[in-house]
Design a protein around this ligand. Structure first.
Ligand code: ADP
Ligand code: TRP
Length: 323
């Protein structure tokens, strides 16, 4: 039996290469080898996004982006979270089993509060909704970035607690976080993230991508000076796009001197544009045909609702809600 793998992405803005290598590319690989569940987490976005037009636009854009980047609805389950409302019922049931202390320890919640975000109840319960996403589809593996590890661990705790209290109902999920791509640096060296304005976008105009790449922070070594690959953002990003041989020759030019940072950035830029060219073309095609994207999402949610309902019925039974 193929393993069930699940991950979601919030529709919250322009996708960047951190999202691609940290999550989407892995999903595209997983759809070949596993039973993949991949969804647009719009209910999660609602914790911070309250403009209806923006929500609709970002949801469709996220779906279009994922399809352009290789998510294939014939090989995986692909849908929008709110089209499977069963997940909201499970969230409530699970939140009645979830200790306040567990939620209060969530780093991501605490970080947001520290940054001055005015929290709502949804933001506080965010890990319970994420738990419901994972458990309702009986997911075994959850590929995420480092920032989401604690949330997946919480889903394990809650699943174990539920099974102990009400009998074996849920599969216990495992997070999957490869070390080498756990945190891709942005152009300033911090983790690449929309929130830090340090991203290299995938689908923006070439001029925007160029500006981002040329803005990568470096030290002030001159062209002829030998440069360190360790700690170099250019090198870390280049690594994502190349074969071992190409990387070796890049490393040699870097270390022996003779290649300036400007040239290294141009080489990186070419790699980025070449790699994403076919995806950009596919995206333009899909963008011209939004009906096709909507049909894919409708079919996807229809299939997933059946699976979700099956789990939810077990939960209703186990908890005595079905009388
Ligand atoms: P952002 O930080 O830009 O808001 P999200 O939190 O929406 O990105 O992340 C969506 C997915 O992409 C998650 O699985 C996350 O772990 C992954 N991801 C985001 N940024 C990076 C990064 N810099 N390195 C690795 N993975 C990342
Ligand atoms: N919280 C995740 C993020 O911001 C998105 C997400 C929602 C998710 N539900 C999930 C990821 C379930 C994995 C599994 O990136």
């Amino acid at each position: 039996m193929k393993k069930r793998v699940l991950s979601g992405i919030q529709p919250s803005g322009k996708l960047h290469i951190g999202n691609y290598f940290g999550m989407i590319k892995r999903m595209v690989e997983y759809q070949e080898s596993s039973d993949l569940f991949c969804f647009i987490a719009n209910l999660h976005s609602l914790t911070t996004l309250t403009d209806a037009d923006e929500m609709k636009k970002l949801t469709l854009e996220a779906a279009t982006d994922m399809l352009a980047l290789g998510i294939n609805p014939d090989k995986c389950h692909f849908w929008v979270q709110s089209d499977v409302p069963e997940v909201a019922e499970l969230t409530w049931i699970l939140s009645c089993l979830t200790p306040m202390g567990l939620m209060e320890r969530a780093h991501s919640y605490k970080d947001k509060i520290a940054k001055g975000v005015q929290p709502n109840l949804g933001l506080f319960c965010y890990p319970a909704l994420m738990t419901a996403d994972i458990l309702i589809n009986q997911s075994e593996i959850v590929p995420v970035g480092k920032d989401q590890k604690q949330h997946v661990e919480m889903s394990r705790d809650i699943a174990i607690k539920f099974n102990n209290k009400f009998g074996e109902t849920f599969v216990i999920p495992e997070p999957e976080i490869p070390e080498d791509i756990a945190s891709i640096p942005g152009i300033d060296g911090q983790k690449m993230s929309k929130s830090y304005n340090n991203t290299i976008p995938i689908f923006d105009d070439e001029s925007v991508i160029k500006k981002a790449v040329m803005g990568i922070v470096t030290d002030s070594k001159g062209v002829e000076e030998p440069k360190e690959t360790k700690g170099s953002i250019i090198y870390e990003l280049y690594k994502l796009f190349t074969s071992a041989d190409e990387l070796k020759s890049f490393k040699t030019s870097f270390e022996k001197g003779g290649m300036g940072y400007g040239d290294a950035k141009k080489t990186l830029l070419e790699k980025i544009l070449d790699t994403f060219k076919p995806f950009r073309e596919k995206r333009a095609e899909l963008e011209a045909n939004p009906k096709k994207v909507e049909d894919i999402l409708n079919k996807g949610s229809e299939k997933v609702r059946k699976i979700s309902l099956e789990t939810l019925n077990k939960v209703r039974e186990a908890t005595g809600l079905k009388y």
